[in-house]
Design a protein around this ligand. Sequence first.
Ligand code: PBG
Length: 327
Amino acid sequence: MDLTIRPRRLRSSEALRKMVRETRMDPASLIYPMFVMDGTNRVEEIESLPGQNRYTVDRMDEELDRLAAAGVQNVMLFGIPEAKDEAGSQAYAEDGVVQRALGHMKEHYPQIYRITDVCMCEYTSHGHCGVLCGQDVDNDKTLELLSRTALSHVEAGSQMVAPSDMMDGRIAAIRKRLDETGHTNIPIMSYAVKFASAFYGPFREAAGSAPAFGDRKSYQMDFHNRREALKEALLDAEEGADILMVKPAMAYLDLVREVKDLTNLPLATYSVSGEYAMVKAAAQNDWINEEKIVCEMAASAFRAGADIYITYYAKELAQYMKDGKIG
Ligand code: PBG
């Protein structure tokens, strides 16, 4: 055959494949989501997320040690309070669970970078991401509580805040509050493009944060929409977001690429609980090779344009990267 161009030439050995590889990954771009709960001396397995646990602050070290050993440098905290109320007051309580966890990490694991999810849904008795006005979430009243929560996290030791509520104007409101209080150097990672997704199911069980009535469709995005995703991303960039996020990851990689090309901000994508749970369930049945699937999913997120990958598989991925099993 008279073939001048033979793409297979560059695939003929492992050395060559690695030489021409287009996507290179590093554990520094991984963030591990971690659940901390009120109480003492308890570690609870999360049924919907096999291999993931909820930790009381005095038992966090077990997980933090594993993360440090695996080379995971970034943790994003989610709080599970004992008491919930209409206004989600434990979200911004000085002695709230996330605030105490931050103090503990700051003192004992200063090398781990501390990010906090800012939202009300784990803290409100009705499970919605803000304060209610009738059956609806009151956008502007919620902004005050989110800003207060973000500030309280930062005062307790958070190094980056990540609002996940999808209220309008929250990036501007949080930026203003942080700047007024002298925290001009604390970055905001915005869950800018966050869809109303069934992929969050296992998380809501883990955090006890399912809405008591209705759904989140009046604030999270309709998953049929692409231009609206770009609108949200641009708006958050204008309001002062330092990093944008697309969430979930796997079913939204088209938007990871588009948002990446749209702005010059670093881009994160969150491989959410449902993605993890699906892989785990299939792997437990021996239907798929877990390690290979996890590597392929991560590579696809970075290839699509993500700079940062938030995943419950952060420890495993960091290890695979170190072992050369993935880019
Ligand atoms: C809080 C929040 C959620 C997730 C991250 N922050 C749940 C939700 O919006 O219902 C989902 C994370 C996951 O599924 O892993 N608003």
